[in-house]
Write a protein that binds this ligand. Structure first.
Ligand code: AMP
Ligand code: MG
Length: 324
């Protein structure tokens, strides 16, 4: 199969919507990362997502909608969900609700709940709207690799496995959505919408989830990893200087990602002036550094609040918890 990267325009949106109607899969941009979408109500189409990604089938997918009124068709609302929908949708937030029978088991990995999200991305909303069905999608990468934040990333992982990639340029947030279970008021994944904003609206959220089924990505499976070994430096100025001094001379091809270019050595790379820019660039840099043959990536840690919490979560997952 030849994979085509398509410009976002009315003609190509129609072409991709037709592909979805025929039971195909299409990669599309959102404000978080690129998604690999299929008709959520067509189990045979959904199966193709798992095949293309090499994703374990007990890891559920998120249903993307273009209109809030669609949610009630697929799930039972809760008071917390209604508040979140009114306040934060469209946006980088996924709500987990008890599913209605119309949602096939393959979408939810056999769970009796469903994840629902409305992306804050004009093109994504036009595409979902044109499909006239909810589009279930995980990130459009090969399972375990860093999530794709450009059409080119999708192409390098899925070339030959899918027909079309809608190209919307680089994703604004660059990290996946925040996931909140609106039945048990539990935060399942840190993401683009900071926990503090959610808690200001719905009160304190639980976070300590222990479960045998993968309620959230990364809980059971390796995630977000480049080929290079990743380490997180829990910083403070002196420590960062020490790390730069120590690893700058190393034989292993090493790069140190720093926030705002505060510290400069031979092998340091400024990932962005702000935590949001760092988050926006992280996955793209992981992929770029792999292409450049780096064997070790050391990430400067950031303060664990706002988007920084999601960024730290992804860096620690990518490192397998290796802190220096
Ligand atoms: P991705 O963002 O690529 O990891 O794919 C979607 C993610 O959404 C899954 O890995 C799950 O963590 C999450 N998700 C989807 N549906 C559910 C659900 N019913 N319960 C908990 N998490 C879910
Ligand atoms: Mg993913």
């Amino acid at each position: 199969m030849n994979t085509q990267i398509l410009q976002f325009n009315t003609k190509n949106i129609r072409l991709c919507a037709a592909e979805i109607s025929c039971g195909g899969v299409v990669a599309f941009p959102t404000e978080t990362v690129y998604g690999l979408g299929a008709d959520a109500l067509n189990p045979l189409a959904v199966k193709k997502i798992y095949e293309a990604k090499g994703r374990p089938s007990d890891n559920p997918l998120i249903c993307h909608i273009s209109d809030k009124s669609q949610i009630e068709k697929f799930a039972y609302l809760t008071p917390a969900a209604e508040k979140i929908i009114d306040t934060f949708m469209p946006g980088p937030i996924t709500i987990i609700l008890k599913k209605k029978d119309i949602v096939p088991d393959i979408v939810t990995g056999g769970l009796d709940t469903v994840g629902i999200r409305m992306p804050n991305h004009k093109g994504a909303l036009q595409f979902i709207d044109a499909c006239k069905t909810p589009i279930c999608a995980p990130s459009a990468n090969t399972s375990s690799k860093p999530s794709p934040t450009t059409a080119q990333h999708v192409y390098s992982d899925l070339n030959g496995k899918i027909k079309y990639i809608l190209d919307g340029g680089s994703c604004q947030v660059g990290l996946e959505s925040t996931i909140v279970d609106c039945i048990n008021l539990t935060l399942l994944r840190q993401g683009g919408l900071p926990k503090e904003q959610l808690e200001a609206l719905v009160g304190a959220l639980k976070t300590n989830v222990v479960s045998d089924v993968p309620l959230c990505p990364g809980m059971k499976y390796k995630h977000y990893s480049p080929n290079a070994s990743v380490y997180v430096a829990l910083c403070g100025e002196n420590m960062t200087k020490r790390i730069i001094a120590e690893y700058d001379k190393s034989d292993v091809k090493t790069i140190i990602l720093t926030l705002g270019g505060n510290y400069q050595g031979r092998n340091t790379l400024n990932v962005g002036a702000t935590v949001s820019q760092y988050a926006h660039n992280l996955f793209a840099y992981f992929r770029m550094l792999d292409e450049q043959g780096y064997e070790r990536i050391i990430c400067e840690g950031v303060t664990d609040d706002g988007v920084g919490a999601a960024l730290m979560n992804r860096m620690l997952k990518a490192s397998g918890g290796k802190i220096i």
